[in-house]
Design a binder for this molecule. Structure first.
Ligand SMILES: *[C@@H]1O[C@H](CO)[C@@H](O)[C@H](O)[C@H]1NC(C)=O
Ligand SMILES: *[C@@H]1O[C@H](CO)[C@@H](O)[C@H](O)[C@H]1NC(C)=O
Length: 454
């Protein structure tokens, strides 16, 4: 009974207590008014926070772009063991470029964060090209040969891919057809006899056409590429993108067309924020992967109310802007040996997020996000089928307000009626003002310079 009380109290505490002092890089204890003590992890000690400068490893880079992969989740913390088989890949490329044809031993869910991409999926019986804009997503099944054009004359392309490796729980490989200065062609892996018989040609010819012989570059004509991201001429782009299809609203439930997230009606929307989402129930590609995808816009000064996902683990990628995040978990308390009982203590994980950062929200862990500038973030939900988002404050989707008054009576120190009254005070839902109105009124009375002087 007592143990059930504490987390709820603290959740309400997060809502109504003023901001707390925080120090970086160390786990420390702090006191607040409710006399509870909460451990806080921030900076490097927050295992759910992946700062983009520190945790991405560059797989490939040249003057036209780069490919980076995020550190394994399970290596960072045991608390994310079940994300072992998911890897986050970031791809950026300059205008008028091509990522050369290749395949990988992983299923990908590819999402365009900014710019335009023309993605071509090649299969034994044909190929499909799709024009993808910001917020468009496309599943690329493992082993599918694909190439990716940035057709724009001015804008960079930024893509995030969630990779689900098939051969190995946490590792995957790209197989490129071309031999470049950066890597060999996988066709070079075969011996001379196999290649000669397979192409019914002699090795000299095969080398010349497919792999490029030593010293050939000086001779002009068929030169070897510098790397896996190459520059294209406009005519080449026009040719490559001629038959590309755009994503459309009606393609939402189609088996293989791109998913358009941001042309749909948001699931939550008010003056402080908009939340776009596609769930596995609504789309076969996502059903295959058991994932949801969300794109969320928030205005500066908005707060995404505390809530938790019932069963989905969320990988959040900051696309634009800055935010403070607070995640609440529990961890086993270190105690003296004599005490036999398992005991858990509430733990706050906080971070200041900015562009390209990644943050993990485990299933059932309550979270709140304070947008300190205009903000856009993208989220992949893993294990998403039948996931429920349970809000802990606000008018709608509030799980606490569904608890009967008689039960609230014995759950909290105050009477159930008083608890209900407190819950009803927040009249907005999902996205609210990050400054409590009460405080604004006080500031106004004191002649404060807040933006909400009435
Ligand atoms: C996308 O690119 C445009 C133009 O380069 C830029 O103005 C915009 O801020 C970018 N948006 C995001 C979300 O990065
Ligand atoms: C959100 O952040 C702003 C700026 O740091 C701060 O003034 C405000 O109190 C924060 N609000 C909440 C609810 O954390």
């Amino acid at each position: 009974m007592v143990r059930a009380r504490i987390p709820l109290l603290l959740l309400l505490g997060i809502l109504f207590l003023a901001s707390l002092s925080v120090s970086f890089g160390i786990v420390h204890r702090e006191h607040h008014e409710s006399r509870e003590e909460v451990s806080v992890s921030s900076g490097k000690n927050n295992p759910f926070y992946f700062n983009s400068d520190r945790w991405f490893r560059t797989l490939y880079r040249n003057e036209w772009g780069h490919i980076r992969v995020l550190q394994r989740f399970d290596q960072r913390s045991k608390q994310m063991q079940n994300l072992e088989n998911y890897r986050v890949v970031e791809f950026k490329s300059k205008p008028n470029t091509l990522l050369l044809p290749h395949h990988a031993d992983a299923d990908f869910l590819l999402v365009v964060l900014n710019g335009t991409a023309v993605l071509t999926l090649v299969n034994p019986d044909g190929r499909d090209s799709y024009i993808l804009e910001q917020g468009d997503a496309q599943k690329i099944s493992a082993g599918t040969t694909f190439f990716l054009v940035n057709p724009d004359d001015n804008e960079n392309l930024r893509i995030i891919k969630l990779a689900v490796p098939v051969n190995n729980p946490h590792r995957f490989q790209d197989f490129f057809l071309s031999r470049t200065k950066a890597q060999q062609s996988y066709l070079q892996g075969f011996g001379k006899n196999i290649l000669e018989a397979s192409f019914d040609s002699d090795m000299k010819e095969i080398n010349r056409v497919l792999f490029g012989e030593e010293g050939q570059q000086q001779q002009g004509e068929e030169s070897q590429q510098e790397g896996v991201i190459v520059e294209l001429k406009r005519e080449q782009i026009r040719e490559m993108t001629k038959h590309a299809k755009s994503s459309s609203r009606k393609a939402l439930s189609s088996e293989d067309e791109p998913l358009n997230l941001r042309n749909r009606k948001p699931i939550y929307s008010n003056k402080l924020g908009r939340w776009f989402e596609i769930t596995p129930e609504k789309n076969p590609q996502l059903r295959d992967l058991d994932m949801f995808i969300s794109s969320v816009d928030m205005k500066e000064g908005g707060l995404l109310l505390p809530h938790y996902n019932s069963k989905a683990m969320v990988i959040l990628v900051i696309n634009e802007g800055e935010a403070n995040i607070e995640l609440v978990g529990q961890r086993e308390q270190q105690k003296q040996q004599e005490e036999q009982e398992e005991s858990w203590e509430v733990q706050r994980y906080r971070a200041e997020l900015s562009e390209d950062d990644v943050f993990i929200i485990p299933a059932t862990y309550p979270v709140a996000i304070n947008a300190t500038s205009n903000l856009n973030f993208f989220a992949f939900g893993i294990n998403a089928e039948n996931n429920q988002r349970n809000f802990l404050a606000g008018e709608k989707d509030n799980v606490i307000s569904e608890i009967p008054t008689e039960v609230l009576d014995v759950t909290f120190p105050a009477s159930g009626e008083k608890v209900k009254k407190l819950i009803k005070k927040q009249s907005e839902s999902q996205f609210v003002d990050a400054q409590p109105k009460q405080q604004q009124r006080e500031e106004a009375r004191k002649g404060g310079k807040g933006p909400f002087v009435y």
